[in-house]
Design a protein around this ligand. Sequence first.
Ligand SMILES: Cc1cc2nc3c(=O)[nH]c(=O)nc-3n(C[C@H](O)[C@H](O)[C@H](O)COP(=O)(O)O)c2cc1C
Length: 217
Amino acid sequence: MKKKIFLAFCFLILNIISNKISSQDITLPTPDRTGGKPLMQALNERQSVRTFTKDNLTLQQMSDLLWAAWGINRPDQKKRTAPSARNVQEIDVYVALPTGLYLYDGSSHILKQIHNRDIRNLCGTQDFVATAPLDLVYVADMGKLGKKEGDEIKDSDLLWSYANTGFIAQNVYLYCASANLGCVIRGMVPKEKLAPEMGLRKNQVITLSQTIGIPAK
Ligand SMILES: Cc1cc2nc3c(=O)[nH]c(=O)nc-3n(C[C@H](O)[C@H](O)[C@H](O)COP(=O)(O)O)c2cc1C
């Protein structure tokens, strides 16, 4: 019996190592790709919301939200729910939760923990940002566009990355409208303070941030 438990434990550890899943990562449930409100109704209800209850989203809501935002919808081609110029897919979606900062890994549909500090207060300059349950931070990995650390990154280099971010953010708006959640996309982000707290390289650029929560009545 003891031997069996020991072998099961070894198997679990090996599995964790081989999948590079750390115990702090959040494995999201399978997203629900059906249902929701009809598209025209979701468009009719899309709006920016800035007052939220303190309630957290459920794991299923987080799963559906992230899949709608930037999940893989055609696994055979590794393509996603939002378009990206030349299919470079340089936008990374970071998730700031009370339990820490995570990176959304679309291919395994996992939130990979970056660290366990609550940095929501740095994700925006408006008061609700620090207390809403979840902030998404969109980051353009300019390394995927050939920029090395230390290379100059001009505003014009970021035009497509801002457009690509907009498509993801609109997916989030429509999911939120469909799921009776609230959100707001934000450009007012203290990027100089936030980037080091996220451990970003110099060739990773924060584009926008988006707060999500349950709307206060
Ligand atoms: C690029 C961009 C940046 C924005 N930045 C902020 C922001 O920093 N803070 C905020 O509260 N709203 C921000 N908004 C949301 C707009 O204020 C909002 O979309 C506008 O007032 C229209 O309201 P609606 O989204 O409900 O239609 C931003 C919207 C966009 C598209």
